[in-house]
Design a protein around this ligand. Structure first.
Ligand SMILES: Nc1ncnc2c1ncn2[C@@H]1O[C@H](COP(=O)(O)OP(=O)(O)O)[C@@H](O)[C@H]1O
Ligand SMILES: N[C@@H](CC(=O)OP(=O)(O)O)C(=O)O
Length: 551
């Protein structure tokens, strides 16, 4: 049976009235209903509404915007929510993400989106193929078809206008024609090419929110102050970004509140003014940068896993979520190869001291992982095991006598000159073992030419042994317990017949790195996981035992 209600004093940071009672938070008083409305931010004024409530649905009959004495609410944006490609892979997923956002009526979020599903990979592949397929064959490229079909199907299913993205699809094809004509795909063009993914996903999502009555505004990061180095495909965010982004997003919000929907992953090179990208998975960095710029209360990164896990679930399916991490642990984990977070993404969060929550958009009830400056480490031993494959290792032995000074400096100056960064290092006075950071982040491989050049330069001062196809296994955890970790780890590796070729404990005190052969690495991770996370090591944690050297 339909009933008519007077609803007053509504604290509504949102523009529209939701269609479902489940998205309201009702509080009865004097036969009036006060509630916060779970839709998009647009007006911070209290509103008086007359609604009809029937079978879980609310219809607005009348609306007045003057205040009715409800408490004041803050006008500020509160948090940033980033949704990765897997979270916005289809129209259905976009709908679910919209519902998810609306299920947090107390938040006034900035939304950061990645490209839909596999769009980035497909765009890259289309670019590679366009180099050699010939202009007349571009329109038949299977990857272009995939991208077109995915985006057009999504707009159709969401009921938004095709014109939302038709200009981008047209320009994308033009760009691929250009690549085919030039027979060349430079890093600069590659960045421009992949930017279409984020530019389209955000436009579609913003249009959908607006269609369901939630006021949203789309932003291209390169237009709102994301200023980066001109290092195409792996650009760094410059300091000027923070004030510029804050000014733009905050200014627009104050003037005309609407949920900001920002492209992840993209920036603008400060010299070239061309579109740059922040390295694969760079939308996490976009989110933490916005969090710091606006001084928001929390940064949420929504993925397809229940948080940061004890190891890569693709290597070992029994990996468990890690409830708490410090920024240092998360940064180390990301840097040493855990795909779940972008390697640089913790920097802005740590600088702004803003908590980061990693959540699962497919399972929002799961608590996820909370990353903060500090956490209780009293019971912590190992937090997570990370594997970085296909790493190159160099053994460099000085040709000079013992006691020689300046050897390390000379070696590292060669790497600096060649622009190659080093991951893990172990040294003695006359020898250095080190692993090289795969500088080509897009393929995660150093190219042979670069390697030959490094070896040639180093051989002027040392005997060099180049070892390829190695893996770094990083044990992230409480290095105050390094002896315990090492004892257990070496026992496991010995039992599995694995020889560790190099070991390093970084100054960060959260990471012990072990180098093994690629072919043995996954088996090592599984065995280490069983030993540390699936057996009881609590008696070892409780304190040093006399005579056994633990802890
Ligand atoms: N330690 C780990 N914890 C969680 N996920 C991990 C870990 N290592 C690798 N992964 C992989 O990272 C994926 C999530 O990261 P990513 O694909 O970048 O998410 P999104 O695209 O949603 O931002 C997971 O699906 C998982 O396969
Ligand atoms: N779309 C980009 C950027 C990104 O952050 O993606 P995701 O959030 O899906 O990892 C990529 O695939 O690298």
């Amino acid at each position: 049976m339909a009933s008519s209600l007077h609803v007053s004093g509504v604290k509504t940071p949102y523009p529209a009235i939701p269609k479902r009672v489940s998205s309201l938070r009702p509080v009865w008083s004097h036969q009036r209903l006060n509630f916060s409305v779970a839709v998009a931010p647009v007006s911070c004024r209290a509103q008086t509404l007359r609604v009809r409530c029937e079978a879980g649905k609310v219809d607005v009959l009348e609306r007045h915007t003057e205040c009715q004495g409800s408490e004041e609410i803050s006008n500020e944006l509160t948090c940033v929510m980033k949704f990765g490609g897997s979270s916005v892979a289809s129209a259905e997923r976009m709908r679910e993400v919209a519902d998810l956002i609306l299920s947090f009526p107390e938040e006034r979020p900035v939304i950061v989106l990645s490209a839909m599903g596999k769009a980035t990979n497909k765009l890259l592949m289309a670019g590679e193929k366009a180099v050699s397929c010939g202009v007349s064959n571009v329109s038949d490229l299977e990857e272009l078809d995939f991208v077109k079909d995915l985006h057009l199907r999504t707009v159709d299913e969401l009921g938004v206008e095709r014109s939302t993205i038709s200009k981008h699809l047209f320009e994308l094809e033009q760009l691929l024609n250009g690549i085919a004509m030039m027979k060349e795909l430079t890093p600069r063009t590659r960045d421009y090419l992949v930017s279409f993914g984020e530019c389209m996903s955000t436009r579609i999502f913003a249009a959908y929110l607006n269609k369901i009555g939630v006021k949203a505004r789309q932003y291209d990061a390169f237009d709102i102050g994301f200023i980066t180095t001109d290092e195409f495909t792996n650009a760094d965010i410059l300091e000027a970004t923070y004030p510029a982004v804050a000014k733009r997003l905050h200014g627009d919000w104050i003037n005309d509140p609407a949920i900001p929907i920002v492209t992840g992953f993209l920036g603008k090179g400060w010299r070239t003014c061309a579109v740059t990208t922040l390295g694969r998975g760079g939308s996490d960095l976009t989110a933490t940068t916005i969090g710091k710029a606006l001084g928001l209360g929390e940064i949420q990164v929504w993925k397809d896993v229940d948080g940061v896990l004890t190891c890569d679930p693709n290597i070992y399916q029994h990996a468990e979520p890690v409830p708490y991490l410090t920024f240092d642990e998360a940064a180390e984990l990301a840097y040493f190869g855990a795909q779940v977070l972008h390697p640089q993404s913790m920097r802005p969060a740590r600088e702004g001291d803003i908590p980061v929550r990693v959540k699962n958009s497919y399972n929002p009830k799961a608590p996820g992982t909370l990353i903060t400056r500090a956490r209780d480490m009293s019971q912590a031993v190992l937090t997570s095991i990370v594997l970085k494959r296909n790493v190159t290792m160099l053994d460099i032995v000085s040709t000079r006598m013992l006691g020689q000074f300046g050897f390390l400096a000379k070696v590292f100056s060669i790497f600096e000159d060649l622009g190659i960064s080093v991951d893990v290092v172990a040294t003695s006075e006359v020898s250095i073992s080190l692993t090289l950071d795969p500088s080509k982040l897009w393929s995660r491989e150093l190219i042979q030419q670069e390697l030959d050049h490094v070896v040639e330069e180093l051989e002027k001062i040392a005997v060099v042994n180049l070892l390829q196809h190695r893996s770094i296994i990083s044990l992230i955890g409480n290095v105050q317990r390094s002896s315990l970790i090492l004892e257990k780890a070496f026992h496991v590796l010995h039992t599995n017949g694995v020889n560790v070729q190099m070991i390093s404990q970084g100054a960060s005190k959260v990471n012990i790195s072990l180098i093994v052969n690629d072919s043995e690495a996954e088996q090592c991770v599984r065995a280490l996981h069983s030993a540390f996370f699936e057996s009881d090591i609590s008696e070892l944690v409780s304190g040093p035992k006399s005579g056994n050297g633990l802890i």
